[in-house]
Design a protein around this ligand. Structure first.
Ligand code: HEM
Length: 447
């Protein structure tokens, strides 16, 4: 696809561009509305923001072409990654391809399927710790609560050498929250906002520095200890061959995993609970399945196998309200996507949200229907790309799927979450958040 031949055209441009601001205003006000119209225009559609040509990929074939990147025409870059890099360093998720392969190869063993088995028990314990403080009738601010749960689970799978104390957990959670709250669309478009001497930026830098100090201490302790504790830190620090990660690389990888893993899992979990609260019949069926499948803290794979409907709910949340709704690449050379010309330096936006709402790929895409996954493997479904694809596909995708399925089952078998009085709407920031989601807790009678 790299040869730029005579039958290659510029991608069509989306309507509604302002002569000076291009599509900036709709991007800031209603990004999902802006994206919704694009697949009608073509497989690759141009948006205008400033001087950098920007293209949105709207078909599964075009998305696979860019993400699999067999002609090495695309790399990570652009304002989105510049923004994340300026905040969390240059780890595996953000660094250019030239460094990525080695980091990925060294971190990959930590996410092998056979390592997941022991995580079922860890997930169970963390859900118990969170839900044990819940009371019937309580109103739950769901997203922060799910962030706390995802944070606990990620810390437990990452650091099992010793039990973290309460101030350490609070400090880590605060760093994750500070990161999420800093990730706004204006900062993604103009990362230089992070360099302004504002109180907000200052507070962020302080919390980041605390996080890095904590991680440096833990890395040194894991290195000195040298044993495999069956957790992610052991894999990053001790179980690698001679081409081991340096301390700085471990730190960047851990920050990436902490921030990337916690925030995405938390929003997906919150959306799942929201969807169950809207559909009492589905909620009852998922709860009955969870109660019948107990105990859920044996082998993770076996436990997940006993939860087909819950798995369908998770697959559908990852389709309908996909956390990573958009992420970019930059063209490093003049290239093509299908029959469309892409100039070197252009920003290419991948939007799983766009693909997941195409009616030709997913019938009635705006309906939340977990049964569309009955007997169907989402990982083999064309156009389902919540974890990306190719060499940068989410390294934690199996862990995320297991974590979401098991935690959801643990929660719903004892608690019903009754619907929000306020309207809940998707708020696109770094991830697609359920804005305004509070649910009321009610105890569930056993089936
Ligand atoms: C529902 C949960 C999750 C979603 C939707 C998600 C989504 C994604 C996506 C779309 C990418 C690819 C970005 C790109 O190609 O530019 C990615 C990369 C990554 N994710 Fe996840 N993720 C999730 C959970 C996790 C978890 C639990 C972890 C770790 C514990 C994790 C760690 C990573 C890392 C390290 C990368 C960078 C991989 C690389 O560049 O090679 N993610 N994730």
């Amino acid at each position: 696809m790299t040869a730029v031949g005579p039958h290659v055209d510029r991608p069509p441009r989306a309507p509604g561009a302002h002569p000076l601001l291009g599509h900036l205003k709709p991007l800031l006000i209603d990004p999902l509305g802006l994206l919704a119209v694009l697949p009608h225009l073509g497989d690759v559609v141009e948006l205008r923001f400033g001087r950098t040509p920007t293209y949105v990929v709207c078909s599964p074939e075009a998305a696979q072409h860019v993400l699999r990147n067999s002609d090495r025409a695309f790399d990570k870059g652009g304002t989105f990654y510049e923004n994340v890099r300026s905040m969390v360093g240059d780890g595996m998720a953000t660094c250019p391809l030239a460094r990525h392969k080695r980091l990925r190869r060294l971190a990959q063993p930590a996410f092998r399927s056979d390592r997941m088995t022991g995580y079922a028990h860890t997930i169970h314990a963390q859900v118990d710790a969170v839900i044990s403080s819940w009371r019937p009738g309580q109103s739950l601010d769901v997203l922060p609560e799910m962030r706390a749960l995802a944070a606990r689970t990620t810390f437990a799978t990452m650091f099992s050498r010793r039990e973290l104390d309460a101030p350490e957990i609070a400090g880590l959670r605060q760093a994750v929250t500070a990161f999420v709250e800093h990730q706004t669309i204006p900062r993604m478009v103009a990362p230089s906002l992070n360099r302004l001497p504002t109180a907000r930026n200052h507070r962020y830098r302080e919390s980041e520095a605390r996080l890095l100090r904590f991680l440096d201490g833990e890395i040194a302790a894991y290195r000195a200890d040298g044993t495999d504790h069956g957790d992610l830190m052991s894999m990053f620090t001790t179980s690698l061959d001679s081409d081991r990660l340096t301390d700085a690389e471990v730190r960047d990888t851990v920050v990436t995993v902490l921030l990337g893993g916690i925030t995405t899992t938390a929003v997906s979990h919150a959306w799942a609970l929201h969807q169950l609260s809207l559909d009492p019949a589905l909620d009852a069926a998922v709860a009955a399945e969870a109660q019948a499948a107990a105990p859920l803290d044996d082998s993770a794979a076996d436990a997940v196998d006993r939860l087909p409907l819950t798995r369908g709910v998770v697959a559908e949340v990852l389709r309908h309200r996909v956390a990573s709704w958009i992420f970019p690449r930059v063209a490093v050379t003049d290239t093509t996507i299908g029959s469309r010309r892409i100039p070197a330096g252009a920003q290419v936006l991948l939007s799983p949200y766009v693909l997941h709402h195409r009616p030709d790929l997913f019938a009635t895409p705006d309906n939340f229907d977990p049964h569309r996954w009955d007997g169907r493997d989402p990982h083999r479904t064309k156009g389902w790309l919540p974890f990306g694809a190719g060499e940068s596909k989410c390294i934690g995708y199996e862990l995320a799927f297991i974590e979401l399925t098991l935690s959801l089952a643990h929660i719903v078998r004892t608690w019903r979450l009754l619907p929000s009085p306020a309207a809940v709407r998707p708020r696109p920031r770094l991830h697609l958040e359920p804005h305004g989601l509070t649910l009321r807790l009610a105890e569930r009678a056993p089936h």
